[in-house]
Write a protein that binds this ligand. Structure first.
Ligand SMILES: NC(=O)c1ccc[n+]([C@@H]2O[C@H](COP(=O)([O-])OP(=O)(O)OC[C@H]3O[C@@H](n4cnc5c(N)ncnc54)[C@H](OP(=O)(O)O)[C@@H]3O)[C@@H](O)[C@H]2O)c1
Length: 250
């Protein structure tokens, strides 16, 4: 298959490109850095030309509800309308477990994205996954001030992005599934503890201070809103196993 990976230069997108190529698919990266922008529509028709399927793993770095809704609504509408025009056979988006139980901030944007895709004329799949193992490092970098490492508390059940990428290729190969099975890591973890493990792994020897951050999204995450339900697919490795084979991050 010719598969377009929108966001194919990102954390999970890079793994999807590699997984697709390993299985013999033709992988086309759609990102601003490769000349296509889902916000403006520039270069999107050309990227989708001749494609069989597309997976959208674009993202925006924001906690603001209005910014997140604007980004995900605009990008999903662009992709859906170009997909219809070019006769794409399958549009898959990666969403997040529990966003309807925590419809705040960034998650409000993901719900808006899901609504656009569920109304699309192109046959679609929506896969909701839990946070990536890489999420602890991403949050750690945003929560470091003058050598002091804060560690936001949240209940999470993270999954390795590389393993999730293989699962997304399985879904693409299986054809349009509508709202597909949720997918999660093997066990519940405390985000503040994962951040401590991550920064120790990366060589930080100073204090790591667990904090309960303000805001409805993080409050809901502390209460377990984004943990998987009993029907979710659970796949390893654990965070500790993943971290032990991960390179040190600067
Ligand atoms: N992080 C998690 O724990 C997690 C968990 C579950 C689901 N998800 C979902 O997984 C998806 C990917 O997350 P991620 O952390 O891998 O994202 P990421 O590392 O921030 O990568 C974002 C990607 O989107 C591209 N992009 C951004 N704006 C674009 C635009 N206007 N047009 C085209 N491409 C654009 C970026 O490339 P350029 O900058 O070159 O454009 C990059 O390739 C997101 O939708 C997220 O909601 C994330």
């Amino acid at each position: 298959m010719r598969i377009v990976i929108a966001g194919g230069t990102g954390t999970v997108g890079r793994h999807i490109v590699q997984a697709a190529q390993r299985r013999g698919h033709d992988a086309v990266v759609l990102a601003r850095s490769t000349g296509a922008d889902l916000t403006t529509g520039a270069g999107v028709d050309a990227a989708l030309d001749g494609a069989d399927a597309a997976v959208d793993v674009t993202s925006v770095a924001t906690m603001s509800e209005s910014n997140a809704v604007r980004f995900f609504e605009t990008t999903a509408k662009t992709l859906a309308s170009v997909a219809r025009r070019t006769g794409l056979g399958h549009l898959l988006i990666l969403s997040i477990v529990g966003i309807d139980r925590a419809p705040y901030g960034y998650y409000a944007g993901k719900l808006a994205q899901e609504r656009v895709v569920a109304r699309a004329e192109t046959p679609w799949s929506i896969v909701r996954a839990t946070q990536f193992h890489e999420f602890a490092g991403q949050i750690a970098r945003q929560a470091r001030f003058a050598g002091v490492q804060l560690a936001p508390r949240a209940r999470v059940q993270p999954i390795a992005a590389a393993v999730l990428a293989e699962h997304l290729i399985d879904v693409l190969e299986g054809g349009p599934a509508g709202r597909a099975q949720d997918v999660a890591g093997p066990r519940e973890e405390q985000l503040s503890a994962l951040i401590r493990e991550q920064v120790r792994h990366d060589g930080h020897r100073g204090g790591v201070i667990p904090v309960s951050m303000p805001g409805a999204q993080l409050r809901a995450m502390r209460k377990g809103a984004v943990l998987p339900g009993p029907d979710a697919l659970r796949v390893g490795p654990t965070f500790a196993e993943w971290l032990s084979s991960s390179p040190v991050q600067g």
